[in-house]
Design a protein around this ligand. Structure first.
Ligand code: CTP
Ligand code: MG
Length: 233
């Protein structure tokens, strides 16, 4: 892979499960917002040369960050769902940037590692559809019935947690997401848009500490992982 890649960062969510005074991407860990940790690390990867961030039009926080004036960063309008935010960034990429590949990564996952990104890039670019980082499920999984009693145990062997980044060619991803959205299909990650079209993206085993900050208890853990990674530098 010798051509550069554009990263897309959906950051237009409100963080309702986090129950904080602001969207979780603007909470501060070790002196920087979650969004700054995520975007700065993406740009430090040698193959990523641009980041397109989807931000809500009524967001009062983004413009106060140094990211807003960075020449490798572009802001686009977020959508009401994550898929709409990613599509908005893809529209920008397909019109303005010559990047064949995009790497989509949640703003709320600041603890990813650059070597996992490299593994993902290697696999995706050799694959006919693309690839996602994922981690094998560890716990015994239960399917509930309507009373929230256990109906049965789900075989764990082939189950994975879908993480980000997820890497696909920009044009096919735009087609897959826009068609799915038009037909009101629920799309929670990029891979599911391709699955819906009958394709099979690759799973790349990634580190389980690439957590998505979702609930209040996740913040301390993310801070621990970020501090550990800074101390290792
Ligand atoms: N996201 C987005 N646009 C939306 C919704 C979500 O860009 N309309 C982004 C979030 O900012 C986050 C990522 O998608 O970086 C993953 O979404 P999630 O963890 O669900 O974040 P929120 O939607 O903000 O949180 P919640 O679901 O708890 O409200
Ligand atoms: Mg959400």
């Amino acid at each position: 892979m010798n051509e550069s890649i554009t990263a897309i960062v959906p950051a237009a969510g409100v963080g309702s499960r986090m129950k904080a005074d602001r969207p979780k991407q603007y909470l501060t860990l070790l002196g920087q917002t979650v969004l700054e940790h995520t975007v700065t690390k993406l740009l430090s990867h040698p193959l990523i040369n641009q980041v397109v961030i989807a931000i809500s039009d009524d967001d009062p926080y983004y413009s106060t960050l140094a990211l807003a004036n960075h020449d490798q960063i572009v802001r686009v309008s977020g959508g009401t769902e994550r898929a709409g935010s990613v599509l908005s960034a893809l529209n920008y990429v397909c019109q303005n940037s010559h990047s064949e590949w995009v790497l989509v990564h949640d703003a709320a996952r600041p603890c990813f590692r650059l070597d996992d990104v490299s593994k993902l890039i290697d696999t995706a670019t050799q694959h006919e559809v693309g690839a996602i980082l994922a981690s094998p499920v560890r716990d015994t999984m239960k399917r509930a019935n309507d009373e929230q009693d256990i109906d049965h145990t789900v075989e764990r062997v082939a189950l994975w947690h879908a993480l980000t980044p997820q890497m696909f060619r920009a044009e096919p991803l735009k087609h897959a997401l826009s068609t799915a959205i038009q037909q009101s299909v629920t799309i929670t990650d990029e891979a599911s848009a391709f699955e819906w079209l009958g394709h099979n993206p690759a799973l790349v085993a990634g580190r389980a500490d690439n957590i998505k900050i979702t609930q209040p208890e996740d913040l301390a853990l993310a801070e621990f992982y970020l501090r550990r990674d800074e101390e290792m530098k």
